[in-house]
Every structure is written in C-alpha cells, then in structure tokens.
Write a protein of this length. Sequence first.
Length: 145
Amino acid sequence: MKIRVELDGRDFIEVECEGEEPSRPGPIKNVSILGCAEFMDMMQKMRKAFGPDIAKWPLPQAEDHSSLLLKEMILRLRGEWVFPYGEDEVCHCRNISTHTIDQAVIAGAHTPEVVTRQTSASTACGTCRPEVQKIIDYRLGRKSA
Ligand code: FES
C-alpha cells in the first residue's frame, strides 16, 4: 500500500509499505519526498539523525507545515493516525470540505478565526466551528475542550 501526506501543490511524502491495511502498513519498501527547501532540509536532517525508517523517527513538536506533514506520516506508519472528523464536508452551509479545512490548518491557519477567513467555513450558522477546532487541535497535538 502507498501512504501519501501532502500540502497540495507544495510538499509531499509518499511511502510504499508491504502491508495492505492502513492500521498495519508494515515495513517500508520505498520513500518519495518532494517540496520546498525548508521541507527537504528537515527531511534530510531527520534521515541523518534517525536513519531511513520514518516510522521510528520521534514525533516533531513544531507547528510549521513541514513538521505537521512529517508528524502525520509517522503516525500513519505506526497505525496511530485517527483523524477527529469522519465526514467529507465540515461546513454544510458553505460546502467547505474537510480536506480544505485540513489543508488550511497545515498551511498555518491555527485558530478557527483564521480558518474562517481563509476558507469561509463557519460564516453562517456556526455549528461547524467545534469540528474546525477539533481538526486544529488534533493537528497541533492539543486537547480539545
Ligand atoms: S455548518 Fe458551517 S456555518 Fe453552518
């Protein structure tokens, strides 16, 4: 199976694994990485410090897009990625997809207000706002209220 994490049109990590179940990806067969200089530099430093098996790398603590993508990949390789919202669309009033919200968070929108400004989610009834907050909290490793 292949696991791909990305900031659309900018950076990605794609890992091919021997397993077929997302919860048990198994040993790594191949890794492809492409992106901005900051992203490539971080990946190179991590490989140098911790070896080629990304699943064994420590989880990055920083909140920049490179670290958020790497953190997702490490958790996916360990079978520990549990995204906090299961529907394709978060904001039904504005028809804003979960993917759009998540990409905004990866790119640096770390409060509901900024996500709203960038995506127009939560600009009508507002009932989607707690879900937006949950996605932000999960990505940044915070506990949701
Ligand atoms: S569901 Fe998002 S504003 Fe109503």
